[in-house]
Design a protein around this ligand. Structure first.
Ligand code: BGC
Length: 759
């Protein structure tokens, strides 16, 4: 035992020593380089301009080319292809005075050319290996195509389904969000950032972007520091702890100061409290926008950003054009410019760009490693893992591989909408639609009839807004009744109907907030008409956010939520519909009954007048006149083609002291006919606190596989670490007392046991 201890301690010390030497080497290198740099060149490193219209072979003669030559550019983003990137890099390392290479970023959010499910969907897999691997593959592809820095992971916690960018994050929970943040950073950065197939992560949007008031994008976020630290910060901190190389400031204000100028956020919390050592970039024109926020003119806000701890200015060139003047006027210091410049140079050093500026520009790799069959296969499996089965009355699903199926809906035969929002590098024309997926997988056995049935929305202008960036739904101009009739006709000739309905890809994502989160009326009319045929109906639901589908949950017999599953989604949908894959996804957001309940989240506080469990309505209690407090689908919810039963919780003791470990165990049994996967979830309630505590908080989960009829014991080892929270003084500690331990298949249907824990 002792020997192992010394071996491990020895290994850790050696690693530490290696890291120290590497840091010292980097410092020497950057010191020497910075000695040669003029003030202008240092400020130039802080500049991340838009790449404009660089044409391959023409970088030299472009405006950007001129700036690069003059040492006024630190990096570029969203340029695609080795040829273009090489061309620009050549100007930097051959024609600029100090030959400092550029860093190349891109929004590689959920895959590169091989697109994985939107992050909200991916999070529903609750499978950290799978999530890490999706980021790994994204890094392999992006790095093969010249990219060495990704603006991901997006780890903003969101409790408001109106906000369109909820699609880009991992849902409402801080604990799960933190695990996913770590997995993503690991997937992108690997163990060696210098390797040519790893890329630097950029954690965004720091901070609290997901708490935009009224769910309207870019709106202020305003909350107590306790809520920040306990419910919103953990994923950012976890990503910093995991060694993320960079952070991106968010657009919103925090505590009345835009995040981009918020020194408390950028320096006190991020660097001093969390020990973050990388660099911070603004979001797109984040500095310039502070003029409209109303905290100064461009010179003032650029100085404020630098003062706050921002190192790189995306697009707006506020720093490039005003920092010299601010320095002369004593509004900023040379030391601040030096610190920011150093962090950018260090990032380039860590990526190995000074050893080889073309390290990520290997045409051969670009040919073999991007959109490979192997990656597409993983994307197909990953998509199926992200789907959430919300309802399956009378076991309509899986469908039989025989007979006739009517496939109906505006999203059934559309490739462009499959990858979902923020898929900059996607090959849209090669994405697999539902119709294609069904035809190619079961088409030889099942006759597939198809009709569009309806448009996305009755309002053509809304549909235009919801079909931006080349993702048009190609509106059908026939009258709605004619389209519905055509769909009903094919439904009548079929054994079952699959409806591909919901949101288009651009109905979520940036600047795609909605004040009504129901499925558009014209699609509801179609559903009603199809239900009247009396045929078994399956709703394949596309969405980038939780939707208010109370009516559908009561009237449609089977609902499979498929988010936006990426390049191979059409195949994955067929795999699940026909039972080749048993769905196992679980929601990572609460699905409300209506928009008026929002924000609705499971880890809420109790109030002084809580409603008794399962009750509604009581006068002078915390509830509504017109709707109960319940969601339609709770956080953590998702069905399978099989059933799982949970035993009561066994604990090793109900009375603990200090650092003892509480073992809480349940036996989970697969009582159905299919092999399946189940996400077993652990929640804890701290019953009495020095501050009010949530009614439950996720503290652990395990995704297990059970053959039909099989049972497994699932144990959680709980320590005081799991009881800690940030108290009124923002001290991270636990408080002795009674705790409720809950284990179950979702946040609602849990078994409970009470324990006492003294210090
Ligand atoms: C978004 C960021 C993104 C950036 C660069 C901004 O509009 O908020 O998430 O990384 O653009 O494309």
């Amino acid at each position: 035992m002792k020997r192992y201890f010394f071996l491990i301690a020895g290994f850790v010390l050696t690693q530490f020593a290696v890291a120290q030497t590497q840091d010292a080497k980097m410092k020497d290198f950057v010191d020497a380089l910075m000695k040669k740099m003029t003030l202008d060149e240092k400020i130039g490193q802080l500049n991340l301009p838009g790449s404009g219209d660089i044409v391959t072979g023409q970088a030299k003669n472009s405006d950007i080319g001129r700036k690069i030559r003059e040492g006024k550019v630190g990096g570029l983003f969203n340029i695609k292809s080795v040829a273009k990137i090489k061309d620009v890099q050549r100007v930097a390392v051959e024609e600029s005075r100090l030959k400092i290479p550029l860093i190349f970023g891109m929004d590689v959010i959920h895959g590169y050319e091989t697109v994985f499910p939107i992050p909200l969907g991916l999070s529903c897999s609750w499978d950290m290996k799978l999530i890490e691997n999706s980021a790994r593959i994204a890094a392999v592809e992006a790095s093969a195509d010249g990219i060495n820095w990704t603006f991901s992971p997006m780890v903003d916690i969101c409790r408001d389904a109106r906000w369109g960018r909820i699609a880009e994050g991992n849902g409402e929970d801080a604990f799960l969000g933190a695990q996913i943040a770590k997995a993503m950073v690991k997937g992108y950065q690997g163990t060696d950032l210098k390797a040519n197939n790893t890329i630097m992560a950029c954690v965004k949007h720091y901070a609290l972007y997901g708490a935009a008031e009224a769910g309207r994008d870019y709106n202020p976020s305003d909350m107590s520091h306790q809520t920040m630290y306990n419910a919103y910060f953990p994923p950012y901190k976890a990503a910093a702890d995991a060694g993320a190389g960079s952070f991106m400031a968010s657009f919103n204000e925090v505590d009345g100061i835009p995040a981009t100028a918020n020194k408390w956020l950028m320096t006190d919390v991020l660097r001093k409290q969390w020990g973050f050592k990388g660099f911070v970039v603004t979001d797109y024109t984040g500095i310039n926008e502070m003029v409209d926020h109303g905290i100064g003119d461009l010179q003032a806000v650029s100085a404020k950003a630098l003062n706050a701890g921002i190192d790189m200015d995306m697009v707006g060139e506020g720093m490039l054009t005003t920092l010299q003047k601010s320095l002369k006027q004593g509004k900023i210091t040379t030391a601040q410019i030096d610190a920011a410049c150093r962090r950018i140079l260090e990032a380039k050093y860590k990526l190995g760009l000074f050893d080889d500026p073309y390290k990520y520009c290997d045409e051969n790799r670009a040919k073999t490693d991007v959109f490979s069959n192997e990656h597409r296969k993983v994307a197909r499996q990953t998509a199926a893992e992200s789907f959430v089965l919300l309802k399956n009355e009378n076991n309509i699903l899986p469908l039989k591989k025989s007979g006739t199926i009517a496939l109906v809906g505006p999203l059934a035969d559309n490739k462009e909408n499959m990858p979902g929002t923020w898929a900059v590098a996607a090959r849209f024309s090669e994405a697999i639609s539902v119709l294609q997926g069904l035809n190619e997988t079961v088409g030889s056995k099942v006759k597939i009839l198809h009709a569009r049935g309806s448009n996305l929305d009755a309002d053509s202008l809304f549909e235009e807004r919801a079909g931006m960036f080349g993702k048009s739904l190609r509106r059908d101009h026939r009258p709605a009744e004619v389209m519905i009739k055509e769909a009903v006709d094919i439904a009548n000739q079929s054994d079952a109907v699959v409806l591909a309905l919901g949101e288009s890809a651009e109905m979520s994502g940036e600047a795609s907030s909605r004040s009504n989160i129901e499925i558009p009326g014209v699609q509801k009319d179609l559903m009603k008409a199809i239900l009247k045929t009396g045929k078994p109906v399956v709703l394949v639901l596309f969405t980038g956010r939780p939707l208010a589908i109370k009516w559908e949950s009561e009237n449609i017999p089977a609902i499979l939520n498929v988010w936006f599953g990426g390049s191979e989604a059409g195949y994955a949908i067929a795999d699940v519909l026909f039972g080749d894959v048993n769905p196992s996804g679980k929601l990572t957001t609460t699905w409300p009954q209506n928009i008026g309940q929002v924000p609705l989240y499971y880890a809420h506080k109790n109030t002084g007048r809580p409603l008794g469990e399962g009750q509604w309505f009581q006068k002078f209690r915390s509830n509504y006149l017109d709707v109960s407090n319940d969601p339609v689908y709770p956080f953590g919810y998702g069905l399978s083609y099989t059933n799982f039963s949970y035993s009561n919780i066994e604990v090793n003791t109900t009375s603990l002291k200090g650092n003892q470990i509480l073992a809480a165990t349940v036996t989970v049994t697969n009582t159905g006919k299919y092999d399946g996967k189940e996400v077993v979830q652990l929640y804890i309630r701290d019953i009495v606190g020095s501050v009010t505590r949530p009614v439950k908080e996720l503290k652990g989960f395990q995704k297990i596989e059970l053959k039909a009829g099989e049972s497994k014991r699932v144990s959680f080892g709980i320590t005081p670490e799991d009881l800690k929270f940030y108290n009124y003084d923002l001290k991270y500690d636990w408080e002795p007392g009674d705790f409720e331990i809950m284990i179950g298949p979702n946040s609602r249907d849990v078994k409970k046991v009470k324990v006492n824990w003294s210090k």
